[in-house]
Design a protein around this ligand. Sequence first.
Ligand SMILES: NC(=O)c1ccc[n+]([C@@H]2O[C@H](COP(=O)([O-])OP(=O)(O)OC[C@H]3O[C@@H](n4cnc5c(N)ncnc54)[C@H](OP(=O)(O)O)[C@@H]3O)[C@@H](O)[C@H]2O)c1
Length: 347
Amino acid sequence: MVSLDEVHKNNASLKDYGPNLVAVFVGGTSGIGEATARAFVRDTLSPRVFLVGRNEAQASKIIEELRQLNPAGQLSFVKCDAARLQSVDEACKVIQAKEEKINLLFLSAGILTTKGRDETDEGLDKKLSLHYYSRMRFINNFLPQLTNAGTVAEDSTPAKPGLRRNLASAVSVLEAGGESPINLDDLSLKTTYSLRNAAKHAITMTSLSMQELAVSHPEVSFVHAYPGVVKTGIMREFGTITRVAMSAMFILAKPWMVPLNESGDRHLYAATSPRFPPRASNGGGDVAPGADGAKGSGAYLLHWDGSTAGNQKVLQDYRENETGKLVWKHTVGVFGSICGRAGLLED
Ligand SMILES: NC(=O)c1ccc[n+]([C@@H]2O[C@H](COP(=O)([O-])OP(=O)(O)OC[C@H]3O[C@@H](n4cnc5c(N)ncnc54)[C@H](OP(=O)(O)O)[C@@H]3O)[C@@H](O)[C@H]2O)c1
C-alpha cells in the first residue's frame, strides 16, 4: 500500500514540471474524475484542463470552483455523449485544435445500470462502449498528443529527483484485478450479452489493450485502476428504492470505503508517480511491475491503494496466446466500422 504521505509528496512535486501541463478528464463532471481533476488543478502551475461529459450545468459549477482553487488555470468544458464513438471524435477534434500535447488523459466516464444490452445508434452496448470502446477511442485519437508530451528531447535536462522525465499518461478507472476469461468469438457481446459478461469484457479487454499500447507507444504510461468503493454519483441511474438500499449499504461499508478526496489524490498519484513510468524510460529506482510482471513495462494494473493488481493466471494465458493482439485488432475493427478510416493507426 502506498501511504497517503507518499501520495501527497508526489502530487506536491508536480509543480516542478513548470506551467502549462494539459489534462483531459472524460467523466470529469462527477465522482472520481472530478476529484482527480480537482487534485490536478490544485497541485500544478497554470494547468490547462478539459472536462468532458454531458452535464454542462454541473461542469460550469465545477469550473467555477476550480478557478478559485487555481486562478491561473485555463479550464473548459467539452460537451460529449461519450457512449458514441463519432461524438468522441468530435470532442477530440475540439481539444486537438487547441493542444499539441496532452500530459494526462483520465478516463472515468461510466454508468451503473441493471438494464440488459442497450444499443447506441452505432450498434454498441452503451455500458460496454462507455467502459471500453469509447475510452480506447479517446486514447487512440490522442496518441499523437500523448506521445508529444512523453517524448524527451535528447538535449533536455535530466529529471528532477522524484519526477518522471516527462509526463504522459492515460488512465482508465474500472476494475484492474477483475480480469477473467472472455468470449473471444463475441468480444462486443452481440449475442452473449449479460451484465456480468459486459463487466468481464470491459475489464479484461482494457488490461490486454493497455499492454499492446505500451509496446507500440513506449513514451506513454498506461494505467488501469480499481478505485475501491467510493461514494459518488454512480447510482444516479437507479430508481429511488434501489438508491436508498445502496445508500444504506454504503453506510455499513463506510469503514472500507475510500473517501472521495483521497480517491482523487490517489488517482493523481497513479497517473504521475515515477513508480509507473512509460516503457521507454528505462527508469531505475523504485519502479513497479507492469501488467506483464516486468518492471517498468509501461502498462500498470493498480488497486485503489497504488499496489499492483491483475489476475495473472488469466493474463498469463492470454499473453501466451497473443490474445491482446486479437483484442486490439477487434477494437480497431470496431473503430473502422463506426468511424471509417479517420483516426485509425496502422494495424
Ligand atoms: N464509485 C465506485 O465505487 C466505483 C467502483 C468501481 C469502479 N468504478 C468505476 O469508476 C468509473 C467512475 O465512476 P464514478 O464513481 O466516478 O461515477 P460518477 O460519479 O457517476 O461519474 C461518472 C461520470 O461519467 C460521465 N458519463 C456517464 N455517461 C456518460 C456519457 N454517455 N457521456 C459522457 N460522459 C458520461 C458522467 O458525466 P455526465 O453526467 O456529465 O455525462 C460523470 O462525469 C465508472 O466507470 C465506474 O464503473 C467506480
